[in-house]
Design a protein around this ligand. Structure first.
Ligand code: COA
Length: 164
């Protein structure tokens, strides 16, 4: 009999200060220039949409923070624990963020990503984001003055009311 492998159940909830210890472990493991607790706290105080993704066996496996604009949602941070990448967690969080954007009646999602971050750029491109610009010297960088950011954007089609 073939065993059917089920993906682990995962759940998203609003990021709170109680999650910061687990979030900071991931943040410091994956970025050369990690956000500080203060950055996360400022985002919560500003009312930004911010969620953590958990599985029963691993606790916090990822998180995202975004910001509402007039007609858009700007993704500020999307992260997945190093040992738990390539399991669809980022795609799952992007689905949730897209739903938040649609509920906010935003017409697009946009973000900046380091030009050298081919993993993240691959994720966003596969998800449907398009390159729409370059910000020169946007990020601090090790051993170099600054690093460029690629600006990417995803159009959010309007929900068709009554059809779900
Ligand atoms: C980028 C990141 C969020 C992706 O998270 P993830 O949970 O591993 O991504 P997913 O499993 O949902 O990947 C979805 C798709 O994105 C692409 N992708 C993701 N990671 C990739 C990688 N390392 N190499 C190539 N493609 C990748 C693939 O197409 C993948 O689909 P597949 O696995 O079916 O081929 C994660 O690698 C991460 O946290 N990196 C460090 C932090 C970071 O760079 N954040 C983004 C800042 S803008």
């Amino acid at each position: 009999m073939n065993a059917v492998l089920q993906p682990p159940p995962r759940s998203l909830s609003m990021l709170t200060e109680n999650d910061f210890d687990e979030v900071m472990v991931i943040e410091q493991a994956i970025y050369d220039f990690p956000w500080t607790r203060g950055n996360f706290l400022d985002s919560l105080r500003a009312g930004y949409p911010a969620e953590v993704l958990r599985t029963p066996q691993d606790g916090v496996v990822g998180y995202f923070v975004a910001m509402f604009g007039v007609d858009e949602v700007h993704l500020l941070n999307l992260s997945v624990a190093p040992a738990l990448q390539r399991r669809g967690h980022a795609r799952y969080m992007l689905d949730a963020l897209r739903s938040i954007a649609r509920a906010h009646r935003a017409s697009q999602l946009w973000l900046e990503v380091r030009i050298s971050n081919l993993n993240a750029r691959g994720l966003y491109e596969r998800y449907g984001f398009r390159n729409v610009g370059l910000r020169r010297g946007y990020y601090p960088a090790r051993g170099r003055a600054r690093e460029d950011a690629v600006v990417m954007s995803l159009q959010i089609p309007e929900a068709v009311h009554g059809l779900g």
